[in-house]
Design a protein around this ligand. Sequence first.
Ligand code: FAD
Length: 386
Amino acid sequence: MQSTARAQFELSDEQRAIGALAAEIAQREIAPHIARWDREHHFPRELYGKLTDAGIMGMLVPETYGGVGADYVSYALAIEELARVDAGTAVTVSVHSMICSAIAKIGTAAQQQRWLPTLAGEDAIAGFALTESDAGSDAAALRATAKRSGTGYVLNGRKQWCTSGSHAAVIMGMFRTGGAGARGVSAFLIEPSRAGVTVEKVTEKLGIHTSNTCDLAFDDAEIGEEALLGDEGSGFGNAMTALTAGRIGIAAQSIGILAACLDESVKFARERAAFGKPIGAFEGVSFKIAQMATDLDAARQLTYRAAALADAGESFGIAASKAKLFASTAARKHSAEALQIHGGYGYTTEFAVERHYRDAKITEIYEGTSEIQHLIIARSLLGRLD
Ligand SMILES: Cc1cc2nc3c(=O)[nH]c(=O)nc-3n(C[C@H](O)[C@H](O)[C@H](O)COP(=O)(O)OP(=O)(O)OC[C@H]3O[C@@H](n4cnc5c(N)ncnc54)[C@H](O)[C@@H]3O)c2cc1C
């Protein structure tokens, strides 16, 4: 069924190979440990060296900088396969790839030379710091500042829920360099190891326990002029461009969770018997599985289409919003159905569906909530009426 859905999209051999590679690594390096990592809220730092060696961390880094130079369809397939085994690893790789892509697109030659070979080949992870305690969906309200100094900028303020923040070699951080609103925001490439940057708190979460989510404090942290990514005042736009591509990754993460739920539901519905038959013989169960498979196919088509538009250099923002909205809603809904199909067993930690149920919820929240995706799609049809 999975190969049929993908065949409709006419994947190239190279795209299939990247998906297969990610699936193979996920099975070998993550699957045997994931139940324990999840239980212990363990960030598997050692895993990322292996993902680097396999080319997964350099997927969106051009070959000239030591990466794979893969397209977005391949990237979506790889994230999907990682998420099928562990959604936490998938988001870590997705955010990392989003930063690689941003540097490849808008970085100076010096920034590309400094960071891309490192992020592709030296077991280094990238993070993204936009959100603050009072600036989430309304990210343009951010208050952390970057004040010009003689040699560069001085950073002050707090960033909340930075993915991989405790382990990142570099963070794309958005700070206010000018007046209020989006135009006063600039983006920087910041090494969290430098003086004045501290991890203030690691956040405990409902799911994606293998990902690191932390608050970062910036207290008179000095950075050089060369850390500015893009022009001064273009940081909000550049962050939104990065997030638009990132939404393909979150849609793919949702698809991976959904595919895992389908696999486990089919298996369980065949094996578990009640009233003298396998429970899959009851329409109350089999129709749930049929809907899950249908929504999985639809989510894949939307996501691969958004990725293919990005690869063709066409406008893909609305397609990425639709893909994320649909795939994340389906992942949340069907992870609950998968748990229901498993009955009491589904509520225990002996079956992976309870983890998928906990992991699925975040896909509707980060990189733009479902409400924000609705808003983006509606505005593309109606214009701004407010
Ligand atoms: C595990 C995790 C990892 C994260 N990783 C990162 C990261 O790496 N980097 C980063 O910068 N951020 C990260 N975030 C932050 C995430 O992107 C935000 O939580 C998200 O954008 C929502 O912002 P908020 O939580 O402030 O909610 P709010 O913006 O306060 O929204 C609260 C509710 O109001 C709704 N709402 C808000 N505005 C509107 C509107 N105009 N119309 C309709 N409804 C609206 C929202 O949809 C939501 O339901 C992460 C968050 C989590 C939980």
